[in-house]
Design a protein around this ligand. Sequence first.
Ligand code: S3P
Length: 433
Amino acid sequence: MISNKKKIFFKGSYFPPGDKSISHRIIILGSQAVGKSIVTNLLEGEDVLNTIKVMCELGANIKKKSNKFIIYGLPPGSLFQPKKKLDFGNSGTGIRLIAGLVSSNNIKTVLIGDKSLNSRPMKRVTEHLSRTGSIIKLKNNFYPPINIKGVGNAIPLNFEIKIPSAQIKSSIILSSLNTNGLVKIKEFRSTRDHTENMLKSMGYNIKVKHDENYRYIELKNDRLLKPIKYQVPGDPSSAAFLITGACLLPGSKLLVKNILFNKTRIGFIETLKSMGGNIKVIKKKKLNNETVADIFVDQKRNLKSVLVKSSKIPLQIDEVPILSIAASFANGISIFKGLKELTVKESNRLDLIHKNLLKIGVKSEVKGFDLYIHGNNKLKKGNANIIHNHDHRIVMAFYVANLICEKRNIIKDKSCVNTSYPSFFKDITKFLN
Ligand code: S3P
């Protein structure tokens, strides 16, 4: 396949780093449980480390002891008045979730972030939180800093969420932890449900029902959260870079151990399989209401093109950058529909994917919010200067693209991978033969 390049493939037994979404949530919810919670395999990326610092500023006691994080929490409603602004760095999950948590506590605070976070929409979260009685101000009515004057007696309400976003839902759920009465949420079924699963594991009174399209959540504030022992499963969104790399390189045999296999997170595996990726589940188990698996990529053939419908995008929203690299090398035109949410991530990912694909020699078109990639299994020219605007997933995706380019692309300042996957370069080197 890669005729004028040395044949390379992925091989070995790989443990992806701890899941980022779950790591944020266990730090926040552990901090709301009175007693000692013990967390292993926490992701120690910059985003999660910022969440730890913020929760300590709000009164939690979180310490690392050998490979464990020990959390002593406070009961809901008793967060400390922070002495300084709460800094979330690059993390949309951190700022949005903790905005919800502080909004129902009697404290006044300012939530800030870096240049990228300061250009991301927050109204989608705060318009819901303001209804409960907290007073919230945004820059230009839209962006961080978020100024919050929380209320200790937030009003229990019914919420309907119109954007498929786990961050909006989780922000409302966290505000409801200190809301007396019944809170009801209706949202799209396709968003990740780790907050709900963790609350169930911690003995909280939460009921979740669903029909084909929607999820209905009811939270009754009549029970405290119990401390928990939690082993964070491997992050499918981080593993996606090596898994896709393995599917792109026939001859690869990559065993991925202990990966989070929650249905709302593995849309990219279904997409790779329909492209001809040979991925098999070896073992599956349930741990704290989450499914965890060992999977094996045994790739023999080149990939073929795919059509991903917009209804399936939320199940693989963070994996579109790396899937666009898979599509570039798959014979035929691949179409990813309904990528509007991709334009408001750590960067405008739709724009950066499109521009960088063109630069490395792949025909790409954007029509509305749909992405068309004209793929074939020939080497791409490469030799491009990748524009990434310090977006970790763009850097990692185009680093993998180097495997299919004749000449290496230049990626300047790759330090942003530390937000989600500090050992990325080490892992990719270790498993590439
Ligand atoms: C996340 C939810 C998603 C995802 C993000 C992490 C979470 O964002 O893109 O990387 O942990 O809740 P949205 O909820 O805005 O879709």
